[in-house]
Design a protein around this ligand. Structure first.
Ligand code: URA
Length: 478
């Protein structure tokens, strides 16, 4: 018998290497014992190498490789032996990929499906708690999750893409994924204590309560999509029993109160409401929670959270963009996604320290249209910009900047009241509605839309020049 020991981290890659070598040596499936992680020595360890068969070079269809690698993330201890037997048969043309009448292949495909489902659950149900130390340069988050299968390495690159601008740790009972300064690494789990509570919990609870629609409640569908075993790690889970109990009455109340007006009329009615009374005496500390609670235009109902401006109180320069994008909506911070990267490059090239400026948006919630899993940016309309101007005024009153840079037409409209084109206005200073000078320039997303080439390079240079102009303007007044 040949004993093959696979590491707990990098198991699939190690299996691939071993399988290729064993096949080349002609070792048949029945002569191999597969193990993962440290195992104590057993009787077989001392056994001589097993019988040899026909040497085989592994060649597989691309689909087969992807499915087999997923199925290898199942918890079934037989998966390595099954997969090895299958790859030999497939490579020798003894089996056609996709032939579900073959019991081993049928089993592998079922396990692949179970793994994909487990990965989907992990993507949907991981909940981060903030654990940033004070003054840390990057925000840090931690989450605890208990998957059915060893999927940590297969599931976590998704989080690296989605939350690439923060540090995070996802611990499971076996492996822990750690993302630090843009690098993803895996470790055996040492500390099994779930991360501490903090405000992020409250945010998730509010979010869940808002997206819950009692009229569409189907308990069985809900529990099959979100099985009870995940509830204990969800901050919003203790709301679920009460929501289920009160759902019929709330659904009836929704029917009774059902509007007869089309949706855009409702939006306009909301816009006519006066300023929220609890926003009196707003401070930098109360700005974000007050914004989170704002529902006076429809965008707030769909976004994950509001994104308030960021920067020092008393910043001499305020920079205003359009509205948060997908990454900003998830992280709660302005200009951290792709447009933020262009913005960072241009500010650096202009000799402007982004951290010294107050960076915000004309509209505080992310407006989007869902296309499958993707949320496509939608430009806020004039009503929404006008409505959110109230919040921008609050920020201007708090910061009292000497100069404001308006990036793009939405910011220019909010700050000057004019929707004239940007191309002829950029690089010039206009009088703002608040009496503060407004320097108009391109929005970084405009540069992203131009993609590569001379036009994009020229627009980027112009945005940089305009930011340099802002630096010079402030230096002259200092
Ligand atoms: N675009 C904006 O206008 N603002 C952001 O914060 C991000 C993208």
């Amino acid at each position: 018998m040949r004993r093959v020991q696979l590491p707990r981290i990098g198991t699939v890659a190690a299996w691939r290497r071993e399988a290729r070598n064993l096949a080349a040596e002609g070792v048949p499936p029945e002569a191999i014992l597969w193990h993962v992680g440290d195992q104590s020595a057993d009787l077989f360890m001392a056994s001589p190498p097993g019988p040899t068969g026909t040497a085989t070079t592994l060649t597989l269809p691309r689909d087969a490789v992807a499915s087999i690698e997923k199925a290898l993330c199942h918890s079934d201890p037989e998966r390595f032996a099954r997969a090895y037997g299958l790859v030999l048969r497939l490579s020798r043309r003894d089996l056609r990929w996709g032939d579900r009448s073959d019991p081993a292949l049928y089993r592998l495909l079922a396990q692949e499906k179970a793994v994909r489902r487990d990965i989907h659950k992990m993507h949907a149900f991981v909940r981060f708690r903030e654990i940033s130390p004070p003054d840390a340069p990057r925000r840090a988050f931690a989450a605890w999750f208990e998957p059915d299968h060893p999927i940590v390495e297969a599931a976590t690159p998704f989080f690296a893409k989605r939350f690439g601008d923060m540090d995070w740790v996802i611990a499971t009972p076996t492996l822990t994924a750690r993302f630090e300064d843009g690098t993803l690494s895996y470790h055996e789990t040492q500390n099994r204590t779930p991360p501490p509570d903090d405000a992020t919990e409250a945010l998730w609870r509010t979010y869940f309560a808002h997206i819950f629609n009692p009229a569409r409640l189907m308990v069985s569908a809900m529990t099959s999509e979100m099985p009870r075993k995940y509830w204990k790690n969800l901050p919003e889970a203790d709301l679920i029993p009460d929501m289920i109990r009160t759902a019929p009455a709330r659904a009836r109340a929704m029917q009774d109160a059902a509007p007869t007006l089309p949706l855009d009329h409702i939006a306009r009615l909301r816009l006519d409401r006066p300023a929220l009374p609890e926003t009196d005496g707003l401070t930098f500390g109360t700005l974000k929670p007050a914004l989170d609670a704002c529902r006076r235009c429809p965008i707030g109902y769909c976004a994950t959270q509001a994104v308030a401006g960021e920067g020092p109180a008393g910043a001499r320069l305020m920079i205003v963009g359009e509205q948060p994008g997908d990454a900003e909506d998830l992280s709660g911070r302005p200009f951290v996604g792709p447009a933020g990267q262009v913005f960072d490059r241009c500010t650096a090239a202009a000799g402007l320290d982004r951290r010294a400026a107050y960076v915000t948006n004309a509209v505080k919630h992310f407006k989007y249209e869902s296309r499958g899993k993707v949320r496509l940016h939608q430009r806020p309309n004039g009503h929404e910009v006008a409505h959110c101007r109230w919040w921008l005024t609050q920020e201007i009153d708090l910061v009292k900047p000497t100069l404001i840079v308006a990036m793009g037409s939405t910011a220019a409209l909010a700050l000057t009241g004019s929707d004239a084109g940007i191309t002829t206005r950029r690089g010039k200073i206009e009088e703002g509605a608040d009496g503060i000078p407004i320097l108009i320039t391109y929005h970084p997303s405009y540069i992203l839309r131009l993609r590569q080439g001379d036009e994009a390079a020229a627009a980027k240079a112009q945005l940089t020049d305009d930011l340099r102009l802002a630096v010079g303007y402030l230096a002259r007044l200092a």
